[in-house]
Design a protein around this ligand. Structure first.
Ligand SMILES: Cc1ncc(COP(=O)(O)O)c(C=O)c1O
Length: 388
């Protein structure tokens, strides 16, 4: 081993020793109710395919037709010559869905905050983040060069303290459904604070889009507060069963991002197939069939959380309004072992460890999908009961 290899080896060994080393596991299909995992078909309670759209035949057909029409790749950045009709159609539909004037799409949800936070704030300004914010929000804030302040998860008193102390432009960033905890942000209270202190608010609806709201547009729709939030963002990659990200807001805001968001400007336009699938999924989610699928998911969420409460009175499991149920374990190795035991009994519930969640806050992240059947969910509950 040369010096370079030894140094890399040292990093990997440290990760291994702390039970934090990751490796890729190949699967045949990653979505739907079941998954082929390590050569075995098991129930899948780890995907974000909350509505089961990623394996819908009608969306596969949409993708094929888009490829026939526009080709497999977009060929260039949007501002060069990659701006296809399907991109604009998706943006128009996204803006309508989200109740805003305009929207802009990116190749991934992760790329959205990397581009838009630095477009909004810089040196002398402050980005204020919830402690449990997704990595892309943290990285976007870091890239901006603005001062970063973090408030303990959902702690409004601390948020207010930071707002009082901050100078320059103030941008508050939060998720609506927290990705690893499944709880909901107190958006009304955050809006009241941002108005009191003249801040801007950016809400990431990655996990709420397709899941909450009368038309599935997210938590802001269900709270009726969309017009009070300056910047809405999210992804097409979870309940919508596609890939890519979006930001939605005023026309002026979107024009700013077209000119200043580097992950938009310097990246090839999203593929025609993924854009077409995202568009069709948005339309479907607002249809009667979409509403019924969302209702089914909500029923699953309700009955699962009631059964979990019966299973354990000591709040091992949290969450009750979103499809994400963290089974809090704490120790990284114990979480890995528990996940393994559950896998052996036929269900995939992947252990989530640092740095995705704080150290010693490891958990199994259980996610429900409308594609599960009640029998499959009961099977998981049985496995969980035996594993307690
Ligand atoms: C809260 C949140 N925002 C953004 C993203 C990134 O979205 P994408 O997977 O489309 O890159 C994720 C993905 O895990 C997420 O959980």
């Amino acid at each position: 081993m040369n010096r370079f290899e030894q140094e890399i080896d040292q990093i990997l060994n440290d990760l291994e020793r702390n039970h934090l080393k990751r490796g890729l596991r190949q699967t045949q299909t990653a979505t739907g109710a079941e998954i082929d995992y390590l050569g075995k078909t098991v129930l899948n309670f780890s995907s974000n395919d909350y509505l089961g759209l990623a394996s819908e035949p009608f969306l596969k057909e949409v993708a094929i037709q888009a490829i026939e029409k526009w080709g497999t790749g977009s060929g260039a950045a949007r501002l060069v010559c990659g701006n296809l009709k399907i991109h604009e159609a998706l943006e128009e539909a996204t803006a309508h869905f989200k109740g805003t004037e305009a929207a802009l799409t990116f190749s991934s949800g992760f790329a959205v905050p990397l581009g838009i936070i630095p477009a909004l704030v810089g040196k002398g300004d402050t980005v204020i983040l919830d402690k449990l914010s997704h990595a892309c929000l943290i990285d976007g804030a870091k890239l901006s060069g603005a001062k970063i302040r973090v408030f303990p998860h959902q702690n409004l008193r601390y948020l207010e303290k930071i707002l009082k102390e901050s100078s320059g432009k103030k941008l508050i960033v939060t998720e609506s459904i927290f990705s690893m905890d499944g709880d909901l942000a107190p958006l009304r209270e955050i809006i009241a604070l941002k108005e009191k202190y003249g801040a801007w608010l950016m809400v990431d609806e990655a996990h709420a889009t397709g899941v909450l709201g009368e038309n599935g547009a997210g938590l802001m729709e269900s709270l009726g507060c969309r017009s009070q939030v300056e910047i809405q963002m999210g992804t097409f990659s979870k309940a919508l069963g596609s890939s890519g990200g979006y930001v939605a807001g005023s026309r002026q805001l979107i024009d700013l991002f077209i000119n200043r968001a580097r992950s938009f400007i310097f990246s090839t336009a999203p593929s025609p197939a993924s854009s077409a699938v995202s568009l069709a999924a948005i339309q479907w989610i607002q249809s009667k069939a979409g509403n019924q699928r969302r209702e089914l998911l909500q029923n699953y969420i309700l009955s699962f959380s009631q059964k979990l409460n019966q299973l354990s009175q000591n709040s091992l499991f949290t969450g009750d309004q979103s499809p994400i149920f963290p089974w809090m374990v704490g120790d990284e190795n114990k979480a890995l072992e528990l996940s393994q035991r559950i896998l052996q009994q036929g269900a995939l519930t992947v252990a989530i460890r640092y740095p995705t969640v704080p150290r010693q806050k490891a958990r199994l992240r259980i996610s429900l999908s409308a594609k599960h059947t009640p029998i499959q969910i009961d099977r998981l509950l049985g496995i969980m009961e035996r594993s307690l």
